[in-house]
Design a protein around this ligand. Sequence first.
Ligand code: HEC
Length: 103
Amino acid sequence: MLKVSTSTVFFLFLGFSGTSHAASPYAGKSLAAKVCSQCHGIRQPSADAPFPPLAGRDAGYLKQALTQYRDKTRRSEVMNRIASSLSDKDIANLASYYSKIKP
Ligand code: HEC
């Protein structure tokens, strides 16, 4: 784990999300490091972990999955809870980030 305080990452993320209109893999990265990587890992999680890998996946697929978790049209107790606090912009940023990193 990187030694970065949670608040630093959080403010960095707010700064990015407030200024840019295009999907930003940088903003996605800080949110991913803060929230998603606890379960999904940065790259490949261990083979028997229940968390699907996200790196290198199709951005459209990731966006759709996160939108469905937020709408609760796709059911997962954990992911429904996490996605409920994501904005459209967060979802676009996360999809952009994860689709760009190597699996
Ligand atoms: C507490 C653990 C946990 C955290 C934190 C978490 N996830 Fe998940 N995620 C899961 C689990 C478990 C699944 C599998 C759920 C299912 O069966 O649909 C999943 C599934 C997914 C999927 C679907 C992948 C596929 O193959 O269809 C996506 C996309 C995803 N998560 C993105 C994220 C993002 C982005 C974040 C950060 C905002 C995040 N997750 C944070 C546990 C977590």
